[in-house]
Design a protein around this ligand. Structure first.
Ligand SMILES: O=C(O)CCC(=O)C(=O)O
Ligand SMILES: [Fe+2]
Length: 204
């Protein structure tokens, strides 16, 4: 499977059953053991906890700063995350150098409207996002005034935001007052300092 269509609006692709149930279960168990951290973010000079837990794995030298205040430094790939990276790369045809992991403990945890347009990802990045655990509503909107499009991201699914998406669309994972279980999200991203990997040996 190579996902390459970018002519949809929004320019995304959603694959609900990307992982088999046993792959999703194994990966979910693995992700619970990752090095989760409560980071803080500075907004209008005020320091606040990020409303979710985070950690980042990836190639050496691929530091990632977002919202001009949260600096994530990559931990070396675990074998499980490396295997998933190769699976996503061969399915999408895109290259990824880091995976930013989010853990939404309950409905109070969230991720506000934003575009992932940090320069460290290079021009027009593609982003691939895996969901494990609780199904949550993900929203996308074109610019500030667009009507939000809702996408329910389910356990074991893959969402690909194609190149061009971050330039004109923003997205969020809103809070919910419904009682919900925990959700883990893995977003694979390129990085300008990423290793140039060798197709012959790395994609086998
Ligand atoms: O949790 C999600 O599905 C979205 C995460 C996200 O947008 C991000 O980490 O930039
Ligand atoms: Fe994002």
């Amino acid at each position: 499977m190579v996902l390459s269509s970018t002519d949809t609006n929004p320019p995304i692709e959603y694959v609900p059953n990307f992982l088999t149930p046993s792959q999703a279960l194994e990966l979910h168990n693995h992700c619970e053991t990752l090095a989760w951290r409560q980071n803080t973010i500075k907004i209008f000079g005020k320091t606040m906890p990020v409303p979710r837990l985070e950690c980042m794995y990836g190639d050496e030298g691929c530091d990632y700063l977002y919202s001009k205040s949260v600096l994530l430094q990559p931990i070396a790939w675990t074998p499980e995350l490396q295997q998933l990276r190769l699976h996503i790369e061969s399915s999408t045809g895109y290259r990824f150098h880091i995976v930013l992991c989010n853990r939404y403990r309950d409905g109070r945890d969230s991720n506000g409207w934003h575009a992932d347009n940090e320069k460290s990802m290079g021009e027009s990045p593609a982003i691939a996002s895996i969901t494990l655990g609780q199904k949550r509503k993900f929203q996308m909107r074109q610019g500030k005034k667009g009507k939000p499009v809702d996408i329910w991201l389910k356990h074991g699914s893959l969402l690909v935001m194609h190149p061009g998406c971050q330039e004109s669309w923003v997205h969020q994972l809103p809070k919910t007052t419904r009682p919900v279980e925990e959700r883990i999200n893995l977003t694979f991203r390129p990085h300008i300092n990423g290793k140039i990997c060798n197709e012959e040996t790395d994609l086998k």
